[in-house]
Design a binder for this molecule. Sequence first.
Ligand code: DX5
Ligand code: ZN
Length: 227
Amino acid sequence: MPTPKIAPSMLSSDFANLASEAQRMLTFGADWLHMDIMDGHFVPNLTIGAPVIESLRKHTKAYLDCHLMVTNPLDYVEIFGKAGASGFTFHVEVSKDNWQELVKQIKSKGMRPGVALKPGTPIEEVYPLLEGENPVEMVLVMTVEPGFGGQKFMPDMMNKVRTLREKYPKLDIEVDGGLGPSTIKTAAAAGANCIVAGSSVFGAADPAEVISLLKTSVNEAQKATIN
Ligand code: DX5
Ligand code: ZN
């Protein structure tokens, strides 16, 4: 079973205090820090780029799980590698012709390649990226339309997670969008093990409690599958 990873989405943090927000989340039990990179083109929102990753890297050794919602991911591999990104997850919708080159470059810069898909994209589209010599190491199933935090979880996406989990028992499967105490059980039961959560963690009175609940739910769902 792949290890549970809870990844608070720093999009919901106070960007003016990014380093301390990151440290706060790690102290609260976060495994990864999810970094949403948006170019104002692939999605209608503009967030952060490599310089911010580079600054944050100076303050933490944490795994920086970078989710690139950009039209030309290949253009960013080198600078994100230099900046200190740990994971580089690109969208399949914009990478059908060059994913092999992308994966090769991402690995050569010492990052872990992942592929993300929007709610309207069928799961079959990521299958080629999981086969062959140079597969991606994580699939991020979007459970909201990419672009903004605080949206409603789309339970229909769980069919994709279930299908993927059946086919790839050891794969890291990440869910992103609308995850929190009220939706985690559905996602964990479907087989997701990497959980991104923005507003539910940052908006909680006790973020540590939410992080712990998310992790417990994944652990319990995994145990239930074994038994
Ligand atoms: C949305 C981003 C998410 C977002 C999740 O495009 O990819 O990572 O920050 O935020 P919540 O958990 O608030 O839905
Ligand atoms: Zn994201």
